[in-house]
Design a protein around this ligand. Structure first.
Ligand code: SF4
Length: 337
């Protein structure tokens, strides 16, 4: 990072201390997209280690969203009845400084074959499961051959309908989205959705947009998830730019995550009230197609909850006070009440 000019040379001792706690990696694509020497650069802020990561708060957790509590077999999280997360690798092409799985990512790579088989057996004997979410780490660090092999095994499980892939690869390493990777993601039977993790419009470089076009042109539906991050995107202008850029690239903004309680991430975290104010400022200003849902993953593994903001109060049975996008309240009598 210092050699690339992304961190000042006199920070080396701090960087070493942070590196002893959390993994560090930034791809050439993201190094090129960052603006070295710019203190508030939104790309550098996501990947360049910072002394503030050494500040651990009492409320911060090693497993912020409770993956382990809901793990029936290694490599699998079964939190909701109809879907599971399959952690097929713990490796990523970048290590985000705010990652909610920062305690486990980067550990020795791919899910061992025995564990993968046990996870697939669990899915096969649980007919309530309709959707498998491939994540990690980042599943698209794996070779197209390995991804195709996993997809083929999933396709054979008759009660599965959907595979969802959560990845940062199209923005951080767009060259990996080549014809072989696109072919590996397509199956004859299962619907495959790709959810792109991206937090700032500067990540959507021409190469990243080309990678997204390759996926969209192949008929793979694209969603996005972003994390609300102080110093990166925590204002309505920045998020409006990001969400419009995503829609231009045929990616539907899906989730805006409130920053999870991972260790050493308090400098990124806004309050919920700040997040709600940003979402309220975006409504009406950008198209509804651009608006994601603002959510919190409840600590302890209790799942995602929409954080609003709310627009209505029931003032009497069947009578509501509803605020429009500019904040003006209107009375509404619910004829169906
Ligand atoms: S790519 Fe995803 S899993 Fe990997 S470090 Fe970033 S947020 Fe964490």
């Amino acid at each position: 990072m210092i050699e690339a000019g992304l961190a000042p040379g006199d920070d080396s001792a701090v960087l070493e201390e942070v590196a002893s706690e959390f993994r560090i990696r930034m791809t050439p694509a993201m190094q090129a997209a960052a603006r070295p020497g710019t203190a508030a650069d939104p790309i550098a802020a996501q990947f360049v280690p910072d002394a503030r990561e050494l500040d651990t708060r009492p409320e911060e957790l090693l497993d912020p969203i409770g993956d382990d509590i809901h793990s029936p077999v290694p490599g699998l999280t079964h939190r909701y009845p109809d879907r599971v997360i399959l952690h097929i690798t713990k490796t990523c092409e970048v290590y985000c400084r705010f990652c909610f799985r920062r305690e486990v990512v980067g550990e020795d790579g791919t899910l061992p074959e025995d564990d993968l088989t046990a996870a697939l057996d669990y899915i096969a004997r649980t007919p309530a499961i309709h959707e498998v979410i491939l994540t990690g780490g980042d599943p698209l660090v794996l070779s197209p051959r390995r991804i195709a092999a996993v997809m083929a095994r999933l396709t054979k499980i008759p009660h599965l309908d959907v595979v969802r892939i959560h990845t940062r690869i199209p923005v951080v390493a767009p060259d990996r989205i080549d014809a072989a990777m696109v072919a590996a993601l397509r199956t004859e039977r299962l619907a495959v959705w790709l959810v792109l993790h991206t937090n700032h419009a500067n990540e959507l470089t021409p190469d990243a947009c080309a990678a997204l076009a390759r996926l969209a042109d192949a008929g793979i539906p694209l969603l996005s998830q972003s994390v609300l991050l102080r110093g990166v995107n925590a204002d309505a202008d920045t998020l409006a730019d990001l969400f419009r850029a995503l829609i231009r690239n045929r990616v539907k903004p899906y989730y805006l995550h409130h920053c999870d309680l991972a260790r050493g991430t308090s400098h990124f975290r806004t309050s919920i009230a700040e997040g709600q104010a940003i979402m309220a400022a975006l409504r009406g200003r950008i198209s509804g197609t651009c608006l994601p849902q603002y959510v919190l993953d409840l600590p302890g593994g209790h799942g995602k909850v929409p954080l609003g903001p709310g627009y209505l109060d029931e003032t009497a049975p069947g009578r509501w006070l509803i605020r429009d996008w500019q904040g003006t309240p209107h009375e509404y009598r619910d004829p169906g009440a």
